[in-house]
Design a protein around this ligand. Sequence first.
Ligand code: UN1
Length: 497
Amino acid sequence: MSTRYQNFINGKWVDALGGETFENRNPADWEEVIGVFPRSTKEDVDRAVEAAVEGQKEWRKVPVPVRGAIMKKAADLLVERKEDFARDMTREMGKVLTETRGDVQEAIDTGYYAAGEGRRFFGRTVPSELPNKAAFTIHLPLGVVGVICPWNFPMAIPSWKIFPALLAGNAVVFKPASDVPLSGTNFVKTLLEAGVPPKIINLTHGTGSSVGTPIIEHPDIRCLSFTGSTGVGKGLAKSAADTLKRVSLELGGKNAQIVWEDGNLELALEGVLWGAYGTTGQRCTATSRLILHEKIHDGFVDILKEAVENLRLGNGLDTGTDVGPLVNEGQLKIVDDYVKIGRAEGATLLTGGEPYEEGDCDKGFFYKPTVFINVKPDMRIAREEIFGPVLSVFKISSWQEAVEVHNDTDYGLSSALYTQDLHLSFHAVEELEAGITYINAPTIGAECHLPFGGVKETGNGHREGGWGPYEFFTEDKTVYVDYSGALQRAQIDTEEA
Ligand code: UN1
């Protein structure tokens, strides 16, 4: 019998009202059922929102530092449970244990950051243009926030959204991706044990259409924080416009690593292996393009081929595995289709390019780490997000060409340059169209206390991580206190003075 999990709505663990369920399976071994989860619908979301609206009326009155202490407690509990939660995560979505430990750690770091923010949460004090008048701003909560998350960072990404939203005094309705409902459940249980009041966090499992859409359309949800594909994000923004919701969208990427002629090649090799094949390439920040200076191109391609062929595929729980499976069969098909497209477009397949079914890997969705060379910027594999272990290599001969190839994409999340040249490094910072630029480090490795997000079709301008979310999840209230005892008229009295 597989374990049966529930929604958390209005302070109780409950089944979906319709009684429907779905299975959560291990992508490294599809026969293993991890649990059975409720397949919720609009009715479940409606109940969750009703409870959240009710609960938020009290939560908003709790002093921010007291809310911060609860976030600290949650982070402490995550520290204790890190290993168990990392193992659950590897089982349900496949990435290797070192990475799932990092994922839980990112949630821990974000929790501690939120706790610290509870003792800051600065507004601004600004001089008034009139005498005997004070002016300042404070942050007030929005109300109920809808949080819709992807499966590639099952605890880190929810934590980026939920910790700041709660610290700011909002109530949350949270839909984890249906590939990772266990990690979502683990996170919510931890928040509750830490002391987040029951109605303030609501967990509704299910699909995008049956749970996501009702969250997006609900008139009592004031704000949505979404991470996922650009296509879904655009649809979400359109639907959310009807109720004038504030929307934060963290969407696709087509990130590139540039290796200049003077770059440290061993370091650049390690960087691209980690950037392209970490999380089996299923990151918004994955390195999916490699732009090589012509002088080092051929030599680098040789060492890259050898290193990629040495990567060990397997179950992420096994020590020694470098690359786990793709998250599900659909994702495997997408990757395989892109490989076919790349070949048909005329790119040269250097290595990989097919599913991997040796040994126990035939039970899961493994795909050989893949490299295409001779890729041209107008090919689909050069432009579209694949979200899998596929790297496209370009050869360039000048900095201008490197920038042109780099920027020739609809996306702009992360970018990397390997060089010893200080001048070039700062040109990269200015010229690469991306929300993040790494010098001598791979395209992945964001830290929780710095802004994370991108330009162009990667999002709508908001940043996660760092201080931005505390503004996103609040309204600024401007306060004027006139202690002159007389009617003072801004603009008019000022003009006459
Ligand atoms: C994502 O790719 O969806 O920098 C998030 C990184 C991680 C976060 C990635 N810390 O790659």
